[in-house]
Design a protein around this ligand. Structure first.
Ligand code: PCA
Length: 330
């Protein structure tokens, strides 16, 4: 029902843009949109469809071209590139910015939101803070889509934290680096686009991520075990340079907002579908895919409690307000 309403409004807005005479090839603007993850990944597919929706809805006035796998701009540099106007629009892992402001890590607080429903409610609670923080950095938030729940990858059986000692661990944000430190592993920050090579060459031998990322990167070529932990569901988000946004007509902004709402809905649906599909893919690749054992789970909960306290200390009243708003909806 909600989806139908969005679609109807996109069509209506597109027709309005056409009828008011603002369309025309001569005025077409090209928006290059860097993405950090592989073209076949559901986030990238969603972004490409979002781009098409905008192009169609604006009658061709704004043409969005996506560039997956960090091919135009590497993941870690995408936010800066959009902020400075090097590109008008881009996608990035939100929690990748925790080193700038711990509030960006709200979606990686261990065991706070561990299902898609929780993740949606947590996002609703955090969105005003994140929008405000991004706005102060010359960025306008469009939409955000969760990754599937996070689990641990290894190349041998792991039953407790003591089994992890000294393991070289690929991390993707501050939270995952901290997790490695607290479990006696050795963290190395590596972008998803570089994973296959890093594992093949032995630079790292373990990580926490979704089944989706392991599947996208054929991780079974290097690793053997995936333990479902459901520690959190981190989000990717789409941002536009605020200068570009403010100089975009109201009619086109309306189209873009409607396409963004549709993309958040469709992307979240895809993420859910991709969860089972990619775990089956890991199995088909020869990996053992299973829930973490009770002992390991319990120990990870203790580590998670420490990390949660760290995050609350770093974010103060703002972080606490997000947690409270989230819990109030439970
Ligand atoms: N994949 C991304 C972030 C979270 C996920 O599931 C990655 O591993 O980089």
């Amino acid at each position: 029902m909600r989806l139908q309403k969005i679609l109807v409004s996109i069509l209506a807005l597109g027709l309005m843009a056409g009828a008011s005479g603002v369309s025309g090839a001569a005025k077409a603007e090209r928006w290059d949109m860097p993405l950090a993850y592989s073209g076949s990944n559901f986030h990238s597919v969603t972004a490409a469809e979002f781009g098409k929706c905008v192009t169609t809805g604006t009658g061709g006035d704004i043409e969005i071209i996506t560039h997956p796998s960090g091919s135009l701009i590497k993941g870690a540099d995408i936010k800066r590139a959009v902020q400075t106007g090097q590109v008008p629009i881009g996608e990035r892992l939100l929690s990748g910015h925790q080193n700038e402001n711990a509030i960006f890590g709200f979606d990686s607080v261990p065991f706070l939101a561990t299902s898609f429903d929780d993740s949606d409610r947590l996002w609703a609670a955090a969105k005003p803070s994140i929008e405000k923080t991004l706005a102060a950095q010359n960025l306008t938030l469009l939409y955000a889509v969760p990754w599937p729940p996070q689990g641990l990858y290894f190349k041998r059986e792991i039953n407790s934290i003591s089994d992890m000692a000294g393991v070289k661990f690929r991390s993707y944000n501050n939270t995952t680096t901290r997790l490695a430190e607290l479990t006696g592993m050795l963290p190395v920050v590596i972008e998803a686009a570089e994973i296959s090579q890093a594992f093949a060459t032995g630079v790292v031998e373990s990580m926490i991520s979704s089944g989706a990322t392991g599947y996208d990167r054929k991780i079974w070529e290097s690793l053997t075990h995936f333990y479902e932990v459901d520690s959190w569901l981190p989000r990717n988000y789409i941002m536009v340079n605020s200068g570009v946004w403010n100089s975009t007509s109201q009619a086109h902004q309306n189209v873009i907002r409607a396409c963004a709402e549709l993309a958040e809905y469709a992307g979240t649906w895809r993420s859910k579908e991709y969860t089972g599909f990619t775990l089956a893919g890991l199995r088909a690749g020869g990996m053992q895919v299973q829930a973490a054992g009770a002992r390991l789970k319990g120990e990870l909960q203790d580590v998670g409690a420490t990390m949660t306290q760290d995050w609350l200390n770093a974010t103060g009243a703002e972080g606490q307000a997000i947690v409270d708003a989230f819990k109030a909806t439970q």
